[in-house]
Structure formats: C-alpha cells, structure tokens
Design a protein. Structure first.
Length: 187
C-alpha cells in the first residue's frame, strides 16, 4: 500500500489536472471546509522552513542541508498531491453503497442497509475507537454530518492503515441534499 499511496500522490499532484464535473450522485467536501486553505498555508510554511533551514544547515554541513531540503520538498509535494486529490475523488452514492472518500487520505464504503441514522451534526464530538472522522486532519477540520451504523465498518487511511468505526463524522458541502439522497436510498 505505501507504494500505491506514493504513486497516487504524484498522479493527483502532477498528472491529473482535468477539472472534475460532479454527477448527480456525487458530492464535494472540500469547497466550504477550509481544508484547502489550511493545506496551502502548510505548504507555504514548509517552503519557507526549507529555505531557512537549508541556509542554516549549510553553514554546518552541506550534505545534511541537502538531505533535509530534499525531505522537506518531498513533504511539500505530498501535501500538494493530497490537496489536489480532494477535488478529484468525490463522495458518491452507488446502487446500494455509499463511497466516502477524503482525497487519497482516507476512504470507506458503507452498505446503505448498514446505515442506522444520518443527521446534521456540528457539535464537538469525542473521537474514540467507535467514532472516527473521515478527515485526516482530525480536530483541525469541522464536520457537519454524522453517520451512525448498525454494524462496525473499516476506514482505510494513508499507507493502508485500517481503523474500525461505528460512527463517522464528515463534512459535505451540500449536506441537506446529501442527507436527503441517503434517506431516500435507504427507504
């Protein structure tokens, strides 16, 4: 899985530039959440930190300066790939499944028959082994929907890390339409 994640970072960051047009069964999650702005700010900070640290380390050891610079640039490239993947991988409702994606950072597929309850939820929530967030940013990103399941499911994260959950909180740009579509599909 780590190799696949690395390939996906470069694919979404540098190859896949075509604008994604959402179908009626697809929903975006990146436009209103502030995540794009946060990731751009982090990339900017990494760029500044790389230049300053390289200059300081070069006075001590050129090899160490270049190694650290390479690692910092690679981190920036990864963040850029994560950022670009968010608009390319929307949430989708297929026949009897809900495909939840958060770029290439996390994803899960939920059988619609396994959904016990879905509702608008903006209150703080304690994240634990039963309650997870779709976003890899955790508390740094807001959520507006909670999905409660009848049976436990698995959230697949970066580099193939698997986590079990029974409640999942996430952000969807058009939350009311999304909730109505799920409720209609589960009837």
């Amino acid at each position: 899985m780590p190799v696949v994640t690395e390939i996906a970072v470069f694919y979404y960051g540098f190859i896949c530039w075509k604008k994604t047009i959402l179908n009626e069964n697809e929903f975006s999650y990146h436009k209103d959440s502030g995540t794009i702005t946060l990731l751009i700010a982090i990339i900017f900070i990494v760029a500044i930190e790389t230049m300053v640290l390289h200059t300081l380390l070069a006075k001590w050891n050129h090899l160490a300066a270049w190694i650290l610079s390479f690692l910092s640039i690679y981190s920036g490239v990864q963040l850029f790939g994560f950022l670009k993947s968010m608009s390319k991988r929307p949430i989708s409702i297929e026949k009897d499944k809900l495909n939840l994606r958060y770029g290439i950072m996390s994803e899960t597929t939920i059988e619609l028959t396994n959904i016990d309850q879905i509702e608008t939820w903006t209150k703080d929530i304690k994240l634990d082994e039963n309650t997870r967030k779709l976003s890899f940013l955790g508390e740094l990103e807001s959520h507006n929907i909670i999905i409660r399941l009848k049976e436990e499911n698995t959230l697949l994260g970066l580099y193939g890390i698997r986590r079990k959950y029974k409640n999942l909180v996430l952000h969807v740009d058009t939350k009311e339409e999304f909730i109505n579509r799920i409720r209609t599909a589960t009837r």
